[in-house]
Design a protein around this ligand. Sequence first.
Ligand code: GDP
Ligand code: GDP
Length: 435
Amino acid sequence: MSNIVAIVGRPNVGKSTFFNRLTGERSAIVDPVAGVTRDRHYGTSDWNGTFFSVIDTGGYVIGSEDTFELEIRRQVQLSLDEADAIIFMVDVTEGLTGMDEEISLMLRRTHKPVFVVVNKADNNARATESGEFYALGLEHVFTISSINGAGTGELLDELVKCLKKEDVVEDVPDLPKIAVIGRPNVGKSSLINVLLGEDRTIVTSIAGTTRDAIYTNFKGFGFDILLVDTAGLRKKTKVYEDIEFYSVLRSIRAIENSDVCLLMIDAERGFEAQDMSIFRLIEKNHKGVVVVVNKWDLVEKTTNTHKHFEAEIRERLKPFDDVPIVFTSAVTKQRIFKTLELAVDIYKNRKTRIPTSKLNELMLPLIESFPPPSVKGKFPKIKYISQLPIAFPAFAFFCSHKQYIKDGYKRYLENKLRENFNFTGIPIEVYFREK
Ligand code: GDP
Ligand code: GDP
């Protein structure tokens, strides 16, 4: 199941400002000069319990004025192919432009939900000027201000109606769903081809009831698992292959449809900023993760090479560094099955349910010996803990004065949970609730 929302539109209409508002990622660089590459272009958001991924396509438009048009067309086309809903942003202060009309022509042909979002309506006078955008011939038109938030609630209410709720049951066998994720050329298809090329395995394609999920059942060598989106990985679509935006969209989709992700990196290049973004995205989606350092055959090794390599990666993954790191080669087939074994272990960790009595027996004494520090004379007191009945490990700590419990203490509790139970490779959530 996946929910991807793409934001398209001309440069400078306010896409990344709106993106930041949705994802809460203020660290993205917003620059009034069009065409500046931005740091962060994708994140996750939720509205009234519906979770979705958001992509700011503008973050991928790099180039001069004359290449913009072509680039924007590409992003719009890709969004149409890959996203579940599209936000088409326009700027009320500039009015309707020729480029807006061209984009709307592309968008009118799709059956996917498209929302025209007239931005920069910071006050009523501006809001009344949004009428001209109905001429674009698209059904849903919303007027908002990304800067002060006006109108965004109404927009999101309608948007989430078009998205899937978390509890949609799919017609897919209940097996570990494993996705291979990573930047282009790290060796994802090579790995899949090694696995699926083995003739002793039984391989069946399963299309999920939701239109986007494609799984391959890999059975043999003691495994019975579903590989996510393998059709796309085996036969590459040459047209889009080189476009970063495309691979990001594919990654998000695969992450959302999986239980465990094999995050593959290129041993010759090391753990790069883009690998980090994908890692954080897996974490935010609460999926299991194994870091796979591929092309290990190309690295010159001495005794401690892999130890250093591993330490360096782990340092970067902090605070979520309780993650297996494995060194592979899709060419020599080194540790390919080891990788799958790790993925299946992690799948099991993700399903771990700890009995409430055991949880309280173990955690309450630890909390007593190191209680949350008092703030402004208030002593937050944790009385009771229970694991929430959801797909990933999440724990509710029932307490008083929850607003006075600091992040540092939350990390302490998470560390204690990790020390006492096996959550390797799994992001866990700690919530505080007042009785
Ligand atoms: P993008 O190129 O479409 O991603 O546009 P940006 O998000 O970078 O915004 C372009 C400029 O418009 C920036 O200077 C923003 O501060 C400004 N802007 C974005 N949203 C609003 C809004 O709702 N009201 C006003 N007044 N300015 C906005
Ligand atoms: P993808 O874009 O992530 O699917 O990457 P590919 O599987 O297409 O691999 C990109 C290139 O790297 C191809 O030329 C592969 O033959 C090569 N490659 C993949 N895995 C390995 C490996 O483990 N060792 C070496 N030496 N080359 C590899």
